[in-house]
Design a protein around this ligand. Structure first.
Ligand code: HEM
Length: 257
């Protein structure tokens, strides 16, 4: 297991980016740049650098790391490298209904890079515990998609959004997939890897990311079906979602003002 707390505080200290440094809407990549695992200026980041950094810090398997890195470099870069700010180009990889970033406001072509404190605060208040679990992220995704578009994202972007939540759960949630809110907050807002956090013990791969994403989709479908008064496809499991429906309603109508 790589002990991240040692490496971040010594060989890879957190340094606040200079105004000329480039950053992305992705908290994972911003943190890698802020700790010097990839170029701190956010420029000319190669596939190799991305893969090695994601493998070392977030314990991603090489196939998953390559998949993400190639998507970034081919879709938003020059085919060999990418500058972080280019990842913010709207509706390429970047999408509406992010958990922590505001949507792109037309006529802008690039999405906001920084986390929005109100969105982060709503995410943290989705549960009363000190940690977030899978259903908390699913509830928040339903709310954000409803706020942004009045309904679900298109299937491809919805899949990307769920994969991002699946990565949060696996990278920060340990075996129980329980994500410490204070750790998540620091990562989302400051792009910093907290010293209390350790890289995942096991690896995070394509298969588990798809499977956790599928579970998030099931919970999201169940919430939406309940809101429409249809029977839940999850069968008896839907009973455990009853409180979620109330959380959803209170967040949408109670806390949004
Ligand atoms: C080269 C690899 C990667 C690329 C190109 C990439 C790209 C992006 C982009 C463009 C976004 C903005 C999407 C949006 O919210 O509109 C994003 C968000 C996000 N990324 Fe990454 N990412 C990469 C790796 C990772 C890794 C390794 C993780 C997890 C450890 C991760 C976690 C997230 C999360 C959680 C969000 C959503 C933030 C939010 O909803 O507010 N990404 N990523």
């Amino acid at each position: 297991m790589s002990s991240n707390s040692t490496s971040t505080s010594t060989s890879h200290p957190f340094i606040v980016p200079n105004p000329s440094d480039l950053r992305s809407p992705c908290p994972a990549l911003n943190a890698l740049a802020n700790h010097g695992y990839i170029n701190r200026d956010g420029r000319n980041i190669t596939v190799h650098a991305l893969v090695e950094a994601m493998h070392e810090v977030y314990s991603l398997t090489k196939p998953l790391a390559y998949l993400l890195a190639l998507a970034g470099v081919l879709l938003c870069g020059d085919g060999r490298t990418v500058d972080l700010h280019r990842l913010a180009k709207h509706n390429v990889i970047e999408h509406d209904a992010s958990l922590s970033r505001q949507d792109t406001q037309p006529p802008n072509v690039y999405a906001p890079i920084c986390a929005d404190p109100i969105l982060v605060s709503k995410l943290m208040r989705v549960s009363q515990n000190d940690f977030l679990v899978l259903s908390d992220l699913a509830v928040t995704r339903v709310i954000r998609e409803s706020e942004a578009l009045g309904g679900p994202l298109n299937p491809l972007r919805a899949e990307v959004g769920r994969a991002e939540s699946a990565l949060i759960l696996q990278v920060f949630g340990g075996e129980r997939l329980e994500v410490d809110k204070s750790v998540l907050c620091v990562w989302l807002v400051d792009g910093r890897l907290p010293e209390s956090w350790q890289s995942p013990r096991g690896t995070v791969g394509i298969r588990t990311t798809v499977s956790v994403g599928r579970r998030i989709a099931d919970v999201m479908d169940s919430i939406r079906n309940r809101e429409r008064g249809r029977p839940s496809p999850l069968g008896p499991y839907h009973l455990t979602l009853f409180p979620l429906s109330r959380v959803l309603r209170s967040l949408m109508f109670g806390l949004t003002s």
